[in-house]
Write a protein that binds this ligand. Structure first.
Ligand code: HEM
Length: 243
């Protein structure tokens, strides 16, 4: 007997557009980030390194703007795109976990239209890691290549005097007060440390996220992947969190 499948709308257009812009940006940021990390071994010149960093920062602006819009959308979007339904450790998450455990005990697994309680842990982690990369990246853009939003303030703080602000350029000491520069680099240090280690954790989290999606798609067959294009998932039985 063939089972009747019902399609339920879940991801609104904003979430889907955010998701795919985010995928493209993260891939681009990782690729250029890895090139920056290995620039010495690749024999990249200072000009080449500056170009890599500038490209990385421009992709970073799109990434940070897209992420900011998604954070706002978490307060105004549809029921499934809201933080209440995305993040773990709240009342809704606990109710879902209880239902999931009960379903596993009775041998009748529960379907979830939005993120499953396990997926919420991963998605919550991804948002924290990406926010950390966006914040530290914007600070690095200012302190390393004097780009927006903090580049001008940084230049003013390290200039010998007001007349030398405009001649300050990346990879040049011209117009710079040595002591002020050293102080600025000390402030910057924890930001590059966080940016570097978060990169590795994010890489691992992205791989786990992909593995989780593939395993769920194969086991549950709810059109998890195509739902990020069409906005709809399919179920035989009404999912736990459907209206
Ligand atoms: C998913 C997000 C991101 C990833 C995976 C990522 C990855 C990386 C990696 C691997 C490096 C090399 C680290 C090093 O040289 O030690 C790097 C450097 C850098 N990133 Fe990002 N990044 C991200 C987001 C951003 C954003 C949003 C911005 C700014 C708009 C940014 C600005 C920079 C800058 C300026 C550097 C050069 C720092 C330096 O080498 O001194 N990044 N990034």
């Amino acid at each position: 007997m063939t089972q009747q499948l019902t399609a339920y709308p879940v991801w609104d257009r904003t979430v889907r557009i955010f998701h795919w812009i985010n995928v493209l940006c993260v891939l681009g940021l990782i690729a250029v980030g890895v090139a920056i990390l290995n620039s010495k071994a690749l024999g990249v010149t200072d000009d080449g390194k500056l170009l890599l960093k500038t490209i990385h920062v421009y992709i970073g602006y799109v990434f940070a703007a897209n992420l900011t819009w998604r954070i706002v959308w978490g307060f105004i979007g549809n029921r499934y795109s809201r933080w209440k339904s995305i993040l773990p450790f709240n009342a809704e998450h606990r109710a879902q976990l209880t239902a999931m455990k009960k379903g596993a005990k009775t041998g009748k697994p529960i379907g979830f239209l939005g993120h499953s309680p396990i997926a919420r842990l991963m998605v919550g982690l991804l948002f924290v890691l990406m926010s950390a990369q966006a914040i530290t990246g914007l600070v690095l853009a200012g302190t390393d290549v004097y780009m927006l939003p903090f580049g001008n303030i940084v230049k003013e703080s390290i200039a010998i005097d007001a007349t030398t602000v405009d001649i300050i350029k990346p990879y040049s000491k011209e117009g710079i007060d040595d002591a002020a520069y050293k102080e600025m680099r000390d402030v910057r240090k924890p930001f590059i440390t966080v940016h570097y280690y978060t990169f590795w954790v994010l890489l691992a989290a992205i791989l786990l996220h992909l593995l989780g999606v593939v395993v769920s798609e194969l086991r549950e067959r709810n059109s998890l992947v195509s739902a990020m294009f069409t906005g709809k998932k399919v179920f035989v039985d009404k999912p736990f969190d459907a209206e």
